[in-house]
Design a protein. Structure first.
Length: 461
């Protein structure tokens, strides 16, 4: 029996290979990565408590390998095959993101590992968007786009063969895994020659910049990679010194003592030389698509916390430019005890060393009482997903449009899942299960039947 390697091993090989390729293709990304590493080191040095908390939660080791990437696909077949390709690396589709309501003609999911153990090993995520051709108003242009997409193959024969092998055998050997990664990477490579004439490129570009980016190339070049930073404001501030121009604003919630969800910023897409079909490489044009991004991740919010976040963000955006983001978020509690007690965020409960003895003396099964007595401690569950409004902001700043686009459609999750060939997982269920598992394991360790959590009190007005 050939020995199969762990999915996390293939994922780590893939994420490292992708990073190396993107650094060589987009040197500015390499500089952003260096800056991020430097800021992370400085932040950890200055904040031993943060270092300790990250170590305890098993997040310190994953920090340097942690990143996500993004691709934009053209057809249902491409999306379905991408699902099978990333399944080899233990990544599953989580969440449905409608970008059309923000004026971007795609909808998306995030492929990512889902088990806590897998996330700890390597949380590599791939934000994957699918073009919605029905949102191309001009019929001739739409037909042209579909013809282009229908006549390309973005996966190598070697990658396809190894996907099938994985599906038949339930795993890959080390040697197969290495070949798989080499072949899989090819799909994400940049191509300097487009498949269309200059006139066709310009027509597609004028329909929507993103449509040209998706349809004109031989493959869906990875359009950014994103390392995780512990201090996004520091990286944003330092970018100009490193000759990197950041987008104007950081997407997501404001800076807080207890970071929530996800904050992101990017540098503007490079303008790269492309050659058109039927022209020699000398007579070239240019295309802007590829950029670098950074993100800071905080605690995952419950449905109640998320509803509050969405409401606060919407009122901030409605207030127009110049309004204070911090002020808009003043009603969201900014300490973990309040967030947890109000049922706004997810936590992992961990029994303390003497917890079992103390719990016996206490005679309570109430999680809050056990926390207060020091029988338990809890760690924030990191948000592993994305935010549609932030994603739209990142898309837009890299499409060369300053304004947030007006919505022109609504989501169509059913169509997306039909294309994917699978349902997308509900991220809230994953966080809920992780919290519940930690409560169950804690109950066992403390020798109590089951831990109970009081119904959250409503937020004080
Ligand atoms: C994807 C943009 C979304 C994020 O981090 O929210 C994204 C894209 O530009 O293709 O990656
Ligand atoms: Ni991104």
């Amino acid at each position: 029996m050939p020995r199969h390697v762990a999915a996390s091993r293939i994922r780590s090989l893939f994420s490292a290979a992708m990073s190396a390729m993107y650094r060589s293709e987009v040197p500015k990304y390499g500089r952003l990565l260096e800056l991020t590493t430097e800021v992370n080191l400085r932040t950890l040095e200055a904040d031993p408590a943060l270092r300790q908390a990250l170590r305890q939660a098993g997040e310190l080791d994953r920090l340097d390998v942690e990143r996500h990437g993004a691709v934009r696909l053209g057809t249902p077949e491409e999306l379905a095959t991408m699902r099978r390709l990333v399944a080899v690396m233990g990544m599953r589709p989580v969440g449905y993101y409608d970008l059309s309501s923000a004026g971007v003609p795609v909808h998306s999911t995030a492929f990512r590992p889902v088990d806590e153990d897998e996330l700890r090993q390597n949380p590599f995520r791939l934000f994957t968007s699918l073009l919605r051709p029905e949102l191309i108003a001009d019929e001739a242009l739409r037909r042209g786009a579909l013809e282009l997409l229908g006549s390309r193959q973005i996966f190598t024969p070697g990658a396809l063969a190894l996907i099938e092998r994985y599906e038949a055998e339930g795993g890959l050997t080390e040697e197969e895994a290495e070949t798989f990664v080499r072949e899989a990477i090819e799909t994400f490579r940049w191509h300097g020659r487009v498949r269309v004439s200059r006139a066709q490129y310009e027509a597609l570009l004028s329909a929507h910049r993103l449509i040209a980016d998706i349809t004109c190339f031989p493959g869906p070049h990875i359009n950014h990679l994103t390392p995780r930073t512990l201090d996004i404001d520091a990286v944003q501030r330092a970018m100009p010194e490193w000759e990197i121009t950041p987008k104007e604003v950081i997407e997501g919630p404001p800076r807080r003592n207890c970071p929530v969800l996800l904050r992101q910023t990017s540098f503007k897409a490079l303008t790269e030389t492309i050659a058109f079909a039927g022209e020699d490489a000398g007579a070239s044009g240019s295309h802007a698509a590829r950029f670098g991004e950074i993100e800071q991740r905080g605690v995952a919010l419950t449905p109640a916390g998320r509803a509050l976040y969405d409401q606060l963000l919407a009122s901030h955006l409605a207030a127009g430019p110049g309004a204070s983001l911090e002020a808009a978020f003043a009603t969201l509690p900014d300490d973990h005890d309040s967030l947890r007690r109000a049922g706004l965020a997810w936590y992992r409960y961990v029994p303390t060393e003497n917890g079992a003895v103390q719990a016996k003396a206490l005679g309570s099964t109430d999680a809050e009482a056990l926390l207060a007595a020091g029988c338990l401690r809890c760690e924030p569950l990191t948000y592993e997903d994305f935010l549609p409004v932030s994603a739209a902001g990142i898309f837009q700043s890299n499409l060369g449009e300053g304004e947030r686009g007006a919505g022109f459609a609504t989501g169509n999750r059913g169509a997306f899942e039909a294309a994917l060939g699978a349902e997308v997982m509900d991220e809230m269920r994953l966080y809920e299960a992780a919290q519940q598992e930690s409560l169950d394991a804690s109950a066992k360790a403390l020798g109590v039947a089951a831990l109970t959590r009081a119904k959250p009190s409503n937020l004080a007005a």
